[in-house]
Design a protein around this ligand. Structure first.
Ligand SMILES: [Zn+2]
Length: 229
């Protein structure tokens, strides 16, 4: 590994370890279920959580470096059991720099019902540009989960997919953006559920959703600073 690549892997080990703390902070995970990965720019590598290690014990030095077939390149522990799904997404979607998986309660309840989350909120229009879609049922282990994620999110505005009977996968330009999408997905799923229990949520006009999405993605935030810094 060249010195430049080594420095990048070191930076991403720190980032990915730290971002797992955000899953805990936002109450998106129970026990060890849930994982974050980051693509190593300029290399066919990714940094991902080790399998079955408590969030309290995750550190930069026990993150796992894998190639994009899920084969371990650096690390003493086994990588996350969801490594194949992360790797498939990186192979199929070159623009993706980060992937997150959670079983966050409200979003996963929608996945259990096999129902996409309709866009009834400006915050959802901002982040997701419309509905948050449901992906197919797929068993863990091979490429089926990855295929389902890619088939659902390719050409879709939403960076989040609700994999049926399973949970949430999100993508982003980097790992931090994917974590933000996971946090916002759970927030939207919770409010949408509450709205359903109160009554009948009011649909939004397609042109209003488009306008909100365009403004948020292109104008929102501090000048020169991305909405997902
Ligand atoms: Zn899962």
């Amino acid at each position: 590994m060249s010195p430049d690549l080594g420095a990048e892997v070191t930076r991403l080990r720190e980032q990915v370890a730290t971002l797992h703390g955000e899953l805990v902070r936002y109450n998106l995970v129970a026990w060890t279920a849930g994982n974050v990965s980051a693509r190593v720019p300029g290399a066919d590598l990714m940094v991902i959580k080790p399998s079955g290690v408590s969030y309290d014990d995750l550190r930069p030095d026990n993150m796992i470096v894998c190639d994009l077939d899920g084969v371990v390149v650096e690390g003493d522990l086994s990588p996350s059991s969801d490594t194949a799904a992360h790797a498939y997404v990186y192979r199929a979607m070159p623009e993706v720099g980060g992937v997150v998986h959670t079983h966050s309660s409200y979003a996963t309840a929608w996945a259990a019902c096999g129902e996409s989350i309709p866009c009834h909120l400006t915050a959802q229009a901002d982040e997701f540009g419309g509905e948050i879609p449901v992906g197919p049922f797929a068993l863990i282990g091979g490429d089926d989960i990855g295929k389902g994620i890619v088939a659902t999110l390719s050409g879709h505005r939403s960076p989040a997919v609700l994999m049926r009977n399973h949970g949430v996968f999100t993508i982003g330009k980097d790992a931090r953006a994917a974590v933000k999408a996971a946090v916002m997905c759970e927030d939207v799923a919770r409010t949408a559920h509450l709205a359903r229990t109160l009554g009948r949520p009011v649909p939004m006009a397609r042109e209003d959703i488009d306008s909100l999405y365009d403004r948020y993605q292109n104008v929102y935030g501090q000048p020169g600073v991305s909405a997902t810094p």
